[in-house]
Design a protein around this ligand. Sequence first.
Ligand code: ADP
Length: 214
Amino acid sequence: LRSPLPSMRGYATMIPMVDKVTPKQQEFVDKIVGGIEHMTHLIDDLLDIGRIEAGVDIEMSPCRVDELARRVMQELRPRAIANGLELAMHLQEAAISPVWGDRVLLGHAITNLVDNAIKYTFEGSVSVGLMEKGSQVVVWIRDTGIGIEAVHLPHLFEKFHRIKRRDTIKIKGTGLGLAIVKSIADLHKGRVWVESDPDRGSTFYLALPKHVSE
Ligand code: ADP
């Protein structure tokens, strides 16, 4: 599925290099390239879900979620700054217990949640925090964004569920990001959920069982 896409993108971007194009032709080329990029993201996300659901290439080990969250924040900070948002981290005083998980997938889940918080927040801040609750470590991602109306909450983690709003029409996405987070949570016998106030923003929670050493 993925292999024809780079050459399609390559040839489409070469069209304006081989001859003069009119503004309309350039607009069409840009649309083709945009479509190919969208399809690339879609295929990558579908392959990810397939891999996670099939349990392929999973490497479980004790993971420090606070370290993963810190790395994700470092990676996404430039995007938050570019959008004029503050990005903050809240950690409890005591050290956070490790969880039993796949480092790459847990990083992927946190990335999707922080990335969404940045995408759907037009002003204010995105905060990431961690806490321990009984036998679980909970990472939370809070934003001051557009929020989610209650009617959408039961379907939010379903594949391809995107909320149609006038102010988010230009925001790109596949509708698979939260489905991937849910698959990763399920794989770790964890849970993901959201609390949201359409006027004030949303908080997503990802709870993961602590690693119990024998
Ligand atoms: P997408 O690729 O569309 O971002 P996701 O599966 O990540 O797909 O999210 C599904 C939908 O949930 C989004 O289209 C958006 O409408 C809504 N959503 C996700 N995260 C947030 C958030 N932090 N604030 C408001 N809406 C959100």
